[in-house]
Design a protein around this ligand. Structure first.
Ligand code: SF4
Ligand code: SF4
Length: 87
């Protein structure tokens, strides 16, 4: 599953640098997560790093992007392959 940030977000900035996939960005109103980059930290950490650090617990599962662990693992591998192709 990819995660999402709700409008409870207080834009405290602490989650963005913690994401190993650069999936978190500042949207129009608050921080947001690119579901195509979020692996729920699969491949990097045992727990979602953004959820661990968020002070207001506003990062639930994105119901539009429910994915199993195998799918998340494949997404991780695609992201790694793309990163390896970067100059
Ligand atoms: S769960 Fe992990 S990969 Fe997904 S947005 Fe949070 S820190 Fe990034
Ligand atoms: S840690 Fe939570 S409150 Fe802070 S910017 Fe990220 S989602 Fe928003």
């Amino acid at each position: 599953m990819a995660l999402m940030i709700t409008d409870e977000c207080i834009n405290c900035d602490v989650c963005e640098p913690e994401c190993p996939n650069d999936a978190i960005f500042l949207g129009e109103e608050h921080y947001d997560i690119d579901p195509h980059k979020c692996t729920e930290c699969v491949g990097h950490f045992d727990e979602p790093q953004c959820v661990q650090i968020c002070p207001v617990a506003c990062i639930p599962v994105n119901p539009q992007h429910v994915e199993g662990r195998e799918t998340l693992w494949q997404k991780y591998q695609r992201l790694q392959a793309a990163a390896d192709r970067q100059p």
